[in-house]
Design a protein around this ligand. Structure first.
Ligand SMILES: Nc1ncnc2c1ncn2[C@@H]1O[C@H](COP(=O)(O)OP(=O)(O)O)[C@@H](O)[C@H]1O
Ligand SMILES: [Mg+2]
Length: 335
């Protein structure tokens, strides 16, 4: 579970006390695993600041951010990158313009998954996977793997950024072990014992299977296929310990697109979130989208959360209801 506890963030550009702006005024939020939250609120109400604090682009003045109780408030952004995928409003921000679609995907795929940048593989198996995923988008991006991203349209770039933010490669064994202990709920030393034993057992079983294979008389093809099977069995055993699911942060990511492309990217977003059971925070200025998508809706106003609804309550809300709440909140603030 992702949690914000009493987060305060102030900005002061000029250095004068009078110019101080409270962007977030004691924000607390508990996000359940797999929850899809849409976030609305007027300009400057603190939506982007919240996402920036979650991702580590900003540090709060006070309060904390935790994942399963593990405090990440002061963890640098690059170290958190493996836990978050982001798509921004500006299609130019999420991708590297002078790199190809394929290169962008490879870099995203490796993000936070290994301690060793030189191990970032450019492999044929990745390529096949990327092509499959790109095909699902129906934007013919799969035919443009070697094209530089800089020449693509805003919609294509946003779709690509979305894929980069939702793709997930299994982390290295070292990271799986570390994060299993880091993000376990409860006893850490017990968790450590558990994960070490799990890895040891899986390795032992793999060794036995490979030894048994050596004593069998099989054709070259059969042997190769069996080896793949053994490797997959091993991977599935250790993947049980892979606790960290990527959290998706979307900040008005369809706002710069034409209505038709925006619709398409939004549908792709919803599908990616559902297919991957991703915990998602989606900021949008479109109230209809905020009501249509997601399981829970949050409204920000002047650095406060003034509405937090889910389920049946959210389903019953209308755009008119939301507009009325905005107006009432503004009136109250003026008084
Ligand atoms: N880097 C910054 N420097 C100064 N003020 C900022 C900065 N980022 C945000 N703010 C201020 O904090 C408040 C919240 O901004 P933001 O979170 O971007 O709002 P939203 O995304 O809801 O439009 C606004 O008053 C904004 O002017
Ligand atoms: Mg914003």
């Amino acid at each position: 579970m992702l949690e914000l506890v009493n987060v305060v963030k102030k900005f002061n550009i000029s250095g004068n006390k009078e110019d101080e702006r409270t962007a977030l005024d004691h924000i607390s939020l508990q996000v359940k695993p797999g929850e899809f939250i849409t976030i609305i609120g007027g300009n400057g109400s603190g939506k982007s600041t919240t996402l920036n604090i979650v991702s580590g682009s900003l540090t709060p003045d006070s309060g904390k951010v935790t994942i399963n109780g593990f405090d990440i408030t002061h963890m640098p952004e690059y170290k958190r990158a493996g836990y978050f995928g982001r798509v921004f409003q500006d299609p130019m921000v999420g991708t590297a313009a002078n790199m190809s679609v394929y290169e962008n995907l490879e870099i995203a795929y490796a993000r936070g998954r290994t301690h060793k940048p030189w191990k970032w593989g450019f492999s044929a198996s990745h390529k096949k996977y990327f092509i499959e995923e790109l095909k699902k988008f129906g934007l013919n991006l799969e035919d443009r793997l070697n094209q530089k991203v800089g020449v693509m349209s805003g919609g294509q770039r946003q779709a690509l950024t979305l894929l980069m933010a939702t793709m997930r490669q299994m982390p290295s064994e070292r990271i799986i072990k570390r994060d299993y202990v880091r993000f376990c709920e409860g006893n850490k030393s017990k968790a450590k014992e558990e994960v070490l034993k799990g890895f040891k057992d899986a390795k032992e079983e793999r060794k036995q299977a490979l030894t048994a294979l050596n004593n069998e008389s099989l054709s070259k093809e059969e042997r190769k296929a069996r080896k793949v099977e053994i490797r997959n069995e091993y991977t599935s055993k250790i993947s049980r310990f892979d606790l960290t699911k990527q959290i998706l942060l979307l900040d008005e990511h369809t706002a710069a697109l034409d209505p038709k492309t925006a619709r398409k990217v939004l549908e792709l977003t919803d599908k990616a979130v559902r297919d991957n059971h991703m915990t998602t925070l989606m900021v949008t200025h479109n109230m209809k989208d905020a009501l249509t998508y997601g399981d829970r809706l949050i409204m920000f106003h002047l650095g406060h959360i003034i509405l937090d609804v889910s389920g049946e309550k959210k389903n019953k809300l209308t755009v008119e209801d939301l507009l009325k709440m905005f107006e009432d909140a503004d009136k109250k603030a003026e008084q």
